[in-house]
Design a protein around this ligand. Sequence first.
Ligand code: HEM
Length: 485
Amino acid sequence: RRRTAQLPPGPPRNWILGNLLDLLKTDNLLASVDSWQDIYGDIVSLECFGVTVIFLNTLECCVDLLERRAANYSHRPNMPFVRDLVGLDKSFGFMDFSKESIRGRRIANLAFRPSAVRQYSPALQDNAVILMQDLLKLSEGFESVLERRNIQFALSLIFGITLDGTNQHYITTTMDCVNKIAGNVLPGSRIVDFLPFLMYLPSWVPFKREATQLNTLVNDAFGTPFEDAKRRITDGNFHPSFVSLILSSEEVQGDINTEDFQEMMKWISGTMFMAAAESTTSTVRVFFKAMARFPAVQVQAQEELDRVLGTRLPTMNDRASLPYLNALLQEVIRWESIVPSGFPRRTNADDIYKGMFIPKGAVILANSRSISRHEHGIGSPDEFNPARFLEGGGARPVLDYVFGFGKRECPGRFLAEASVWMTIVSVLKCFNIIQLEESNKAPTARRSGVIHGTTSLTCKLIPRDRVYRELIQSKAAELEASQLV
Ligand code: HEM
């Protein structure tokens, strides 16, 4: 069967370069994948220097392969640039599916499983209050405030670090590191990923110099906050965090004080931090964009908030009584997928699926953007309409696909959902989001690569009522006095 089965169909290949030129268009790659799907169907393949790249464009294909055949589809691609040269092979997010990556996920789960995330409710609420206070001071151009607050929250939750005048460098280092990693993950970002022997070129070759610089940045961004957290724990002057929890946990087996364990924890905590730093901010940016463009949805959401809460600020306990807001959260995550082509996987052995040949070593991308555009229920997929997630709306719950599949499913999904929910209900309760006139300049995409950072925001905030301003200011003053944020 293997000899007769063909690779999945795909765009024509150049006899030397294969589909390299198609893959190099990373900015337009998603638009190209849409058109290939229309022409070639649910599974599309490309080829480059003997490496097959396969896009899975439907939920059925993703579940069949990434979940039901997980044993063959749970590795990450070889990616010599980021894994070997930059050194991210020590991060469980980049490791093959192995005892070590399973251990990393288990340890992360201790602090990010649903029961643990529920305990972060007070911290999420406090974080939302401080964000609202920052937004009150700055009605326009608030994108950097969102980014900053999210990084501060992640630093505090994972490492127990609060930012003061001495450690602001964490913000720039983190963003620089996340952007550079995200830009080097998709197939086509680096030729060396298709031709691994290029790794052995001398160190002055430009891409190797770049890798060395990125390696230094990665070691700093992953290592410094962990060392800082350990120092605070040793001094006995620390806020409880993921690191302090694990370093004192009875559930973790092995010798916590060995160098190997400490090194592993550095990479696990750094991985969770880097993954959290950008993903939630990008999702919140999609929310602002949608609210500015679809004011009727905003009015309906505020109507529900005012009816259920009166004039008090929201808390995490309100989730169960705000069905429209819950649907709105799902629609934000569906409408503009922030990890549109998933995080690449690799096959471990040859396979046959639906009569097509999927070779060993193929890079597999779960096209969650396409799924979100086909499993959207009522109306057009481009319209922002939370009602599609209410009864009879027919949309597939986003948790079924946006956070990946099977054994590599996103371990931060419960925190991501809770944190984005708390932010959007707080913003809608306290502000109206107004679309600014679009400038003539085409909006710039913030980021390309594996994380889609959406276009720059063209909206401003108008506080809704004095009562919220007063509530925010008094609660924020309390928090600042107790140095909890
Ligand atoms: C809306 C926000 C987020 C989205 C859409 C998202 C999506 C994803 C996706 C699609 C994957 C790949 C899963 C696969 O291979 O099947 C992934 C992996 C991962 N995510 Fe998230 N994520 C988000 C937030 C977070 C947060 C907040 C954290 C950390 C607290 C996190 C940590 C990770 C890690 C560590 C992995 C790698 C897991 C592994 O390789 O085993 N993510 N995420």
